[in-house]
Design a protein around this ligand. Structure first.
Ligand code: SF4
Length: 281
């Protein structure tokens, strides 16, 4: 039986992108190929908040006790090696059992599954079929992979997902948060149009670009040009930076206006005003 290293597994409202407002189960896998320490920082500077917490990791016994951060990756505990002991390896049985405990009727109704991270397509593609084929997962109809868009789908996983979607007209979505320079990651490592075009072979893909400044919006335009040139057909969303309300409030309106001006969509972060972006939301 396959196992997945699970940072978080919880039931909430999807706060971002196409399924904003939909009741959703979030499976947050452990591990990421990026660090994104540039978010919320002046250009060229990197946040040290995750590193600072890692130095006092002995103070925390549970994932949900860790402090929230206002700069860098707001999911830092889902990839930083210092926190890996807080993310257990769970069998597909254990994950499916837990899901049936946390959804309202013990079985899938209108809820959708969000497989997020970390980077969920990094190491676990071989493990998902076991989970999705589990008897307790048979009534699930919609999945979103929240990915940074740098990980190629394996041919086996593509074949599996194609079959999964075909049966009962199920829907697969790739919410691709491609990392612009504001994240602190290098363009060549982060912007991979061919990989994202490949996601469109098996489901619906859209770009969800996180921006704060005019310079970020210019980077978004440049990235969109490259994705379109490669044949990408999906929608474009702009989303304000900010895992905490004080930062998010600073730029939400200007990001909405920037999206409107370009005929792009705006994505909120409903989990910030609703739940203060606490763990498990
Ligand atoms: S890609 Fe996502 S999970 Fe990974 S470091 Fe960046 S923001 Fe965090």
């Amino acid at each position: 039986m396959s196992k997945i290293k699970v940072a978080e597994l919880f039931y909430s409202i999807q706060g971002e992108g196409r399924y904003m407002g939909v009741p959703s189960v979030f499976l947050r896998t452990f591990g990421c190929n990026f660090r994104c320490a540039g978010f919320g920082m002046p250009r060229g500077e990197l946040s040290t908040e995750a590193e600072d917490v890692s130095e006092v990791v002995h103070l925390y016994n549970k994932y949900e006790e860790l402090p929230l951060v206002s700069t860098g990756c707001d999911s830092y505990a889902s990839w930083h090696p210092s926190f890996k002991e807080l993310s257990p390896m769970l069998t597909s049985d254990a994950i499916a059992d837990r899901i049936s405990e946390i959804i309202p009727f013990g079985d899938w109704k209108d809820e959708h599954l969000v497989i997020t991270g970390g980077e969920p397509l990094l190491g676990w593609q071989r493990a998902y079929p076991d989970l999705l084929d589990h008897p307790k997962m048979q009534n699930l109809k919609e999945i979103t992979f929240e990915t940074n868009g740098t990980q190629q789908l394996t041919q086996d996983f593509k074949n599996y997902l194609t079959e999964w979607a075909r049966w009962k007209n199920r829907e697969i979505t790739f919410s691709v948060s491609a990392k612009l320079p504001a994240s602190g990651e290098a363009w060549e490592e982060a912007i991979k149009p061919e990989i994202v075009c490949d996601y469109e072979q098996v489901g619906t893909a859209y770009l969800k670009l996180v921006v704060a400044t005019e310079e970020d919006v210019k980077d978004a335009e440049r990235a969109v040009e490259q994705y379109r040139a490669a044949g990408f057909k999906g929608h474009i969303y702009l989303m304000p930076v900010g895992g905490v309300e004080s930062v998010y409030n600073l730029n939400a309106k200007s990001v909405a206006l920037a999206a409107m001006k370009r005929g792009w969509r705006y994505s909120d972060r409903l989990q910030v005003p609703l739940f203060k972006n606490e763990w498990g939301t």
